[in-house]
Design a protein around this ligand. Structure first.
Ligand SMILES: *Cc1c(COP(=O)(O)O)cnc(C)c1O
Length: 472
């Protein structure tokens, strides 16, 4: 964990007795924000900053400012939240071709993020399956590449999580392998469009057929792809249908805070049938504080996030999203060509805007090691070791793909030399599955890391911090 501010700005271990001036606080915040923005403005960081356009952020901040203080739970005070939320849901339903649904009433929810959307879907499936099918020991069947938010949801809601390996050649799951573990207690199966590790799309049509045949739900995780794949399809890229046009698809998560270019903190979850959504509704009628209800798991929510998300969507419109998708798909294709120009490197499966590559000649983390000092940050995969680039708008700036190709060529030469020496990759130990130690050691390190995220200011001065006494 880095503490670059510990000796530059005051460290607070308790509320200051007298508050600090606004100008001083804002200057401090702006200094941190500017420095941190400079990391990704280069276009060398995979994913993370989907938009990267400071003008767009300023526009969203204005939209947010008008409603940030509003509690979206209290609709009598903010009918605007009803408009924003309803229209976000309607626009996402339209994008996901809910018009193809003739036998049910499509509906949606706005949640706090991709994890929030997945958790709400699992809760809805669990409670709906209990009510309609008498399922008492629920299980979920997911490809190993599906996001850990599914494991988290299963953990939280006492659902058994059954994980199915993917085919190594395609990095996507085979419907027959999923079918083998579906049983009468299965509440839903999962497919990703695309998955986070490789950016590839599971065979949604086959999974839909399986879901229908076995009478279970199919959640399509389009957290990553929901706001970019539909436009890739319109642009003529090979994007198989993954939305409500596919029979058997019952829920879809699509993150407004990724390629929807909204602020962090929102995502949409859409349902083929309102009855499934309503299965997770919650209310208490007998509370001394009055009758209480919340349509999702959160209590109070910021009206500002709804306003800013809505503003992003109606400002960009289909043409705006399509234009950005065109840049991103083209940039990703150019980067993949650079990877494919090296016989030592292999692109995994048939990805589009997010792609992963590995090597059978050396540990691919040697490549990441070489490129890291040049500002490149890839996400790391394991089993097998691979690195991925989720192409976002910062990568579409002029010069980024040329720099990628040039640095990659040097990195491949470096990796070949390291491999010849028998050297181990440095980053492999952190991200990869080969150099890591025993599971229990890895778990200890993970707990230490999470502690470090939270406990920097408690009692012990953080690394590099001046002692508290000197900080007035
Ligand atoms: C990002 C992502 C998620 C989880 O989303 P959060 O917004 O980080 O909670 C789930 N699935 C996929 C495919 C993702 O890319």
């Amino acid at each position: 964990m880095d503490y670059p501010y510990a000796d530059r700005f005051p460290v607070h271990r308790a509320l200051p007795e007298d508050g600090r001036p606004r100008e001083e606080i804002l200057a401090e915040l702006q200094a941190m924000a500017r420095e941190e923005d400079s990391f990704w403005e280069t276009g060398r960081i995979s994913g993370t900053m989907y938009c990267g356009d400071h003008d767009h952020y300023a526009f969203l901040a204005e939209a947010f400012a008008g409603f940030a203080h509003v509690n979206a739970l209290q609709r009598d005070l903010c009918p605007s939240a009803t408009k924003f939320e309803g229209e976000i849901i309607a626009m996402v339903l339209d994008l996901m071709h809910a018009d193809a649904v003739t036998d049910a009433e499509p509906a949606g929810l706005v949640t706090s993020g991709g994890t929030g959307s997945i958790l709400h879907a699992l809760l809805a499936y669990r409670d709906h399956a209990r009510a309609t099918r008498g399922v008492t020991t629920p299980n979920l069947v997911k490809p190993e590449t599906a996001h850990p938010a599914f494991d988290k949801g299963c953990h939280l809601f006492s659902i058994e999580c059954r994980t199915v390996p993917v085919a190594p050649e395609t990095t996507t799951v085979r419907a027959a392998d999923m079918a083998a573990v579906v049983d009468d207690q299965t509440i839903a199966i999962v497919g990703s469009a695309g998955n986070y590790p490789y950016g590839t799309i599971d065979p949604i049509a086959e999974l839909g057929a399986l879901a229908l045949e076995r009478g279970v739900g199919l959640h399509v995780d389009a957290c990553l792809g929901g706001f970019i794949l539909p436009f890739g399809e319109e642009l003529g890229y090979a994007v198989p249908p993954f939305d409500f046009r596919v029979p058997g698809v019952t829920t879809i998560s699509a993150d407004t805070h990724k390629y929807g270019y909204a602020f962090k903190g929102t995502s949409a979850l859409v349902f083929r049938d309102k009855a499934l959504r309503n299965a997770q509704y919650f209310h208490v009628t007998g509370w001394s504080g009055g009758k209480y209800m919340s349509p999702g798991m959160d209590g109070s929510r910021s009206g500002g996030l709804l306003a800013a998300t809505w503003a992003s969507m109606v400002h960009l419109g289909r043409a705006g999203y399509r234009a950005y998708a065109a840049d991103i798909f083209a940039t990703a294709a150019t980067m993949q060509d650079a990877v494919r120009s090296h016989p030592e490197l292999q692109v995994m499966g048939s990805p589009t805007f997010c792609f992963s590559f590995t090597s059978d000649a050396f540990d691919i983390y040697h490549v990441a090691d070489f490129m890291r000092p040049r500002g490149w940050r890839f996400n790391g995969q394991q089993y097998p070791n691979a690195i991925h680039m989720a192409v976002t708008r910062p990568q579409t700036q002029p010069g980024v793909t040329d720099a990628f190709a040039a640095d990659l060529a040097e990195a491949v030469a470096y990796a070949r030399e390291r491999a010849a020496e028998g050297a181990e990759a440095e980053l492999g130990a952190i991200y990869g599955g080969v150099a890591g130690g025993l599971t229990s050691e890895v778990e200890d390190v993970i707990v230490m890391f999470m502690d470090a995220m939270l406990d920097a200011q408690q009692g012990v001065p953080p690394v590099g911090a001046a002692p508290p006494a000197e900080q007035g």
